[in-house]
Design a protein around this ligand. Structure first.
Ligand code: PHE
Length: 454
């Protein structure tokens, strides 16, 4: 088959470990440390966490395998990969639309992701200057409010983060990033351990654990099941081509099943640890778990303000959060840049500049949604909420559903067996999950959320 001879014009990871680190760098990001705790808080805790974990296991892992597999077989940007694979397998060329939808989703996500990463960046300096020393919950709250109510400051940080992202993308993902991630991911993990240990000293650790892990199903609504599923896609970077494009740089002999499970495991662990660090602080200080997007910025600084070496730990924490966001943001936009290089014969630098400018402009909408436009709502949501809802809860699951259908039903078995080369039992399990369980689960959650079963 044609794919045997394909190579990527963008290069390859140096090996299995480089891919694991890059894909884990993509998966572990603001989604784990910023978003997971606040949506868990908004959706009532334990039952939501359980649904999320279930989605990771039965939907996320098999679809991640499918997405990596398609990428490695196509060896191009998601649009061209889908076009080539559709041709290989004798399927309609319209499957390239899946790549298009992913590209748009990545662009939209990065536009707001960069604004939030800008918050983290500004907090590096707040923590470093000792602003949180001895601060009360009220003090920390007003530091946050004064940041988000000032559009110029938000725009400045958003600009810096976008420039940083596009510099890395312009230099090629393999160049420098592999090394950066190798050092940063263990550091981030270490600081999270320190924060969890601090949370244990608050006297509210068990209250936090209880909130996270004891499910109260009366708190769960149809909407929150959709949010949990959407978040499973978001946190694993699935459904929009980021993992597909990273897969296209994967050496031929690496096991897709093993690497996917490692990535999923690391991603989940980081999210749960973030929850274990944050909720005890929330309850110890009488804060509101459902405080929304500002949650970690209003809680963790209290801990930094109280612990020994809090300035150091606080500064390091926000630096690492920025790095985690950085290694995710490059993967959000890599499909677009790779496509421009392939189809418009642009060089990487030129493509990155244009994509960066467009994303930056789009981000202004999110900047304003926290202040000037905060009163303007569509379907009860601000511009930021709407983008987040549309991408995470609709576009990513839809993209994932289509990936599962293509990989499970439309690709010939000898193609997928050749690419996955697992044991026969492993293959059958994967096939059952990707053919039936994942698509049916995604459909049920969608239909449920629009009220079909009411
Ligand atoms: N997984 C990243 C996070 O959790 C976000 C992301 C989504 C990155 C989709 C790439 C693609 O923060």
């Amino acid at each position: 088959m044609a794919s045997e001879h394909r190579t990527s014009i963008h290069g390859q990871w140096s090996g299995r470990m480089a891919f694991i680190l890059a894909a884990t760098g993509s998966a572990v990001g603001l989604g784990n440390i910023w978003k997971f705790p606040y949506i868990t808080g908004e959706n009532g805790g334990g039952a939501f966490v359980l649904v999320y974990l279930l989605c990771i296991a039965v939907i996320g892992v098999p679809i991640m395998m499918a997405e990596v597999m398609l990428g490695r077989r196509g060896r191009q940007s998601p649009i061209n990969t889908m076009a080539s694979l559709a041709a290989d397998e004798g399927r309609p060329a319209a499957w390239s639309a899946l790549g298009w939808m992913g590209m748009v989703a990545g662009f939209l996500i990065l536009s707001y992701y960069s604004v939030i990463a800008g918050w983290a960046l500004s907090y590096v300096f707040r923590a470093g200057s000792g602003m949180f020393e001895g601060a009360t919950a009220d003090g920390v709250n007003s530091i946050f409010t004064s940041l988000v109510s000032d559009p110029e400051r938000l725009l400045a940080w958003h600009t810096i983060f976008m420039v940083a992202t596009m510099i890395v993308v312009a230099r090629g993902v393999q160049n420098g990033l592999e090394k950066a991630v190798r050092f940063l991911m263990p550091m981030l993990f270490f600081i999270l351990v320190v924060l969890v240990l601090y949370a244990m000293t608050t006297g509210y650790f068990s209250v936090g654990l209880n909130f996270l892990f004891s499910p109260d199903f009366s708190k769960i609504t149809q909407g929150s099941v959709l949010v949990a599923m959407g978040h499973a896609f978001f946190t694993m970077s699935l459904g929009m081509g980021a993992i597909m494009v990273y897969g296209s740089y994967l050496p031929k002999d690496t096991s897709i099943a093993k690497t996917s499970m490692i990535i999923a495991g690391a991603d989940t662990l980081v999210a749960l640890m973030a929850g274990m660090a944050i909720f005890p602080i929330v309850f110890a200080n009488g804060l509101e778990p459902g405080a929304g997007p500002g949650l970690i910025f209003k809680t963790l600084p209290i801990a930094f303000g109280q612990m020994d070496a809090g300035i150091l730990i606080g500064t390091l924490f926000f630096i690492l959060l920025v790095f985690a966001a950085w290694t995710s943001s490059i993967s959000l936009i890599e499909p677009v840049v790779a496509w421009l290089v392939e189809n418009r014969s642009m060089n990487r630098l030129y493509a990155s500049v244009w994509v960066g400018i467009a994303t930056w402009l789009m981000g202004i909408g999110t900047v304003l949604s926290f202040n000037v436009w905060s009163g303007h709502k569509l379907f009860g949501m601000t511009f930021f909420d709407l983008l987040d809802y549309l991408t995470a809860n609709i576009m990513l699951p839809l993209g994932g559903l289509l990936i599962a259908v293509f990989a499970g039903w439309l690709m010939h078995e000898n193609s997928s067996k050749d690419e996955l080369h697992t044991t026969p039992r492993g293959y059958n399990l994967w096939q059952m999950l990707v053919r039936v369980v994942a698509p049916v689960a995604v459909m049920i959650v969608f239909l449920n959320a629009i009220g079909v079963f009411k």
